[in-house]
Design a protein around this ligand. Sequence first.
Ligand SMILES: [Zn+2]
Length: 349
Amino acid sequence: MRFKDIAGQRDVINRLTEIIDSGRVSHAQLVLGPTADGSLQMALAYLQYLCCEHRVHHTEGDLRADSCGECPSCKKVSQLMHPDLHLFFPTATTARITSTPRCEDFAADFREFVLEKHATGTLDDWYAWLDIDNKQGLLREADASAIVQSLSMKAYEGGWKMVVIWMPEKMNAAAANELLKTLEEPSEKSVILLVGESDERLLPTIRSRVQTVRLRVEDGGRRRENGSEQYAPLLVEWLRMLFKLKMKELGAQVDKMATMGREQQKQFLAYALDVMRDCFLKSAAGMECSLNSGDQKFDAMFPSMVTVNNIELIDEAFNDALFAIERNAYGKIALMELSFRISKALKKR
Ligand SMILES: [Zn+2]
């Protein structure tokens, strides 16, 4: 993961690379922000930069520096195969591990999960990945002991010893106690990154021992800006089709959407849902909201179609489609079903 692969957060990133370049690396840090908005990406890009053998300093663009992405260190960190990078995360019993689950039992699963989701998979995604039903994951004392152990050993590659603790909110008290000393008295050249979403749910004993890097929470508007160039025309085309509901044309439109890759389909749906929510919030507040479709009539009319009467149906339909596509469902069928549901929902305004 390179910093350039993270959406937004430029000021946070530039501050971090400056600190690393100046050699003032803080030993224990809490990277705080939704995983979906890039907190785990940030941690991984940070460690890649820290280890990179040929850091690149830019004179143009909005990033002051980034890792090279090419050196052996970068490759190992980006594949999560660096021998001095240790990942910890909540686990629970599964069909395979039926008692005393530990992170090391799930190391390969977690690596695959992070790589597949580009480090933006949420805790719920992870639980679904593990198929743990309604159980809640935990970071346990045994995991904390493994963290202490991995930091007490000599670095294989002679460089940094790195620990990422994803979702430290899920650490139980015994695990937290086990970690306190390590957080306070770091071993040499080691860095622990706690990657969490809520510092309120973090045990105070932990919170007081880490330096916090807070991600800027991207609002809907910002996300839309990122996606709008690519997806706005497609979204407008599709929404128009939903009004007309002419089967042949809608079929062709869905075919077109289904030719995008799975990741792109997901991005498009996330973008579209974001636009819908924005339409609802703004029109409910009596604010103006535009799709910037280039068609003034459509722009003026559409936002008022999303109301308190249908926003939940719309939300549900999008989330079902996202879930289906995530689970490798046939994209065309998921998108067609979504089209019908949205079309129906818009009539209920
Ligand atoms: Zn590199």
